[in-house]
Design a protein around this ligand. Structure first.
Ligand SMILES: Cc1cc2nc3c(=O)[nH]c(=O)nc-3n(C[C@H](O)[C@H](O)[C@H](O)COP(=O)(O)OP(=O)(O)OC[C@H]3O[C@@H](n4cnc5c(N)ncnc54)[C@H](O)[C@@H]3O)c2cc1C
Length: 418
């Protein structure tokens, strides 16, 4: 008998579960996580804790830059490096296997994920957290190629860097135009925080500049608090135009910098066009989305309502009243990880509170702090209670919020990546 044959036989016996003796290692149930952003990295870490599951995280990028605090980077208050995280700690501390590749197909019948590089991974449970994809084509002239001229900067990294470079190069007296998308979109206060922090930057370095927000909506999150802050910090600098007054943005033209609405044309020195959003592409390929373009899920386990055995967390999920935020992606991922551990190992289910905390900057030392509590009800996730920043609060309260936000970011990113 050759060595090759002996080895082969050995594998065959083990695979049949026939290998004798007490030393035989029990294979751990395998969970694959697609997407190493906030939801996916949190899910991978919390699934791997306790060493009862074999966890593989699939992510094409070697490093992830958080959108959270990326508006501070645009204002020159934060570096891109301090927004950027690797996956070493997930492997070293929790044993998560990292596969640097993109998932291109999922076969739920045989429970396999196919990767762009040609390999495939089998799973017992799958978690999908691919974030958002952009739906181009609604604004004439704005397609994937146009993002190099009019960046969306709605996923962090090269787009954010490009927008910062454009703002730095803009002349004093220039016009910065922000085009917001129709709801629902990632980070409801994000465009208005961006306007606030761009104004904070302009006030110091280009005080004759203007910001115009061409909104796809007629009202926005914490509108009164934002307007109050803009009046106090940047009087006359930010103009907000709701959809009812413009008829909505219809077309863009570059390099001329024209942004056309149904009623007028604005000439932008720098344009930030944030397109309509849907669940990340792989969720569409896998049949996880409904007609709205997002993934319906069970409100407790985050298991897909369309494909059993596959869970969806983060921005891609339809999570009722929960906003598309990093904090929500993180808490959903923990609830989902607990449900999967219970299903695969019989571990006790941790009943998690679906909480959300949100710090939003109006200026370098003025931040709002909003919090909300959600709970499953009638198959959906419903808002139970909320604490909201009020207009006209004491400057000291806002300064304290801004300081707390820095501590929150540090603790939060350690919870996700560390
Ligand atoms: C300007 C801005 C400011 C924000 N500020 C805040 C804030 O202050 N607080 C807050 O709570 N939230 C904030 N958010 C929202 C927050 O960034 C998102 O809600 C959060 O990132 C969602 O996490 P996710 O895991 O769903 O998606 P992401 O974090 O986007 O992660 C998705 C990951 O999946 C990967 N991926 C995609 N497709 C595949 C595939 N086929 N195979 C493998 N991997 C794939 C991507 O490369 C990416 O790494 C902000 C957002 C923006 C735009």
């Amino acid at each position: 008998m050759t060595g090759w044959t002996r080895r082969k036989l050995g594998i065959g016996v083990a695979a049949l579960g026939l290998a004798p003796g007490p030393a035989r290692a029990q294979a751990k149930p395998r969970v694959v996580v697609i997407g190493g952003g906030i939801g996916g990295a949190t899910a991978a870490k919390y699934l791997a804790m306790g060493d009862a599951l074999d966890v593989t995280l699939v992510e094409p990028k070697s490093h992830y830059a958080t959108c959270v605090f990326s508006n501070l980077y645009l204002a020159g208050l934060w570096s891109l490096e301090s927004l950027t995280y690797g996956y070493e700690a997930l492997t070293r501390r929790y044993g998560v296997a990292i596969v640097q590749d993109a998932a291109v197909a999922i076969d739920p019948d045989i429970k396999r994920v196919r990767l762009a590089g040609g390999a495939s991974l089998s799973y017992e449970r799958l978690v999908v957290s691919p974030g958002i994809a952009f739906r181009f084509g609604e604004i004439d002239g704005y397609d994937d190629g146009a993002t190099g001229s009019m960046p969306h900067a709605w996923s962090a990294g090269s787009q954010t860097k490009l927008l910062r470079a454009r703002l730095e190069a803009m002349e004093d007296g220039g016009v910065f135009v922000i085009v917001t998308p129709p709801a629902p979109f990632r980070c409801p206060p994000g465009p208005y925080e961006r306007a606030s922090l761009a104004a904070y930057y302009f006030k110091q370095f280009k005080p004759r500049s203007k910001i115009i927000i061409l909104d796809a909506q007629d009202s926005f999150f914490q509108q009164e608090v934002f307007r109050d802050g803009w009046d106090r910090h940047y009087p006359g600098m930010i103009e907000w135009l709701p959809a009812r007054s413009t008829g909505g943005v219809t077309a863009v033209e570059f390099p001329a910098g024209f942004v056309r609405t149904a009623r007028e044309t604005v000439r932008a020195s720098v344009a930030n066009v944030i397109p309509r959003q849907v669940a990340g592409e792989v969720a569409h390929i896998a049949g996880l989305v409904d007609a709205r373009g997002w993934c319906p899920v069970d409100p407790q386990t985050f298991e897909s309502k369309l494909r059993p055995g596959i869970h969806v967390v983060g921005d891609a999920a339809l999570a009722g009243d929960m906003p598309k935020s990093a904090f929500c992606a993180n808490v959903q991922a923990k609830a989902c990880a607990s449900a999967i551990r219970t299903a695969l190992t019989g571990a006790r289910l941790s009943r998690l509170h679906l909480l959300s905390t949100f710090y939003t900057f109006l200026a370098g030392n003025d931040a709002m702090a909003d919090a909300a509590v959600f709970a499953p009800a009638n198959g959906m996730i419903k808002l139970q209670d909320a604490f909201q920043t009020q207009p006209g609060e004491q400057p000291e309260t806002r300064r304290r919020n801004a300081k707390e936000a820095l501590g929150w970011y540090d603790a939060f990113t350690r919870d996700v990546f560390g």
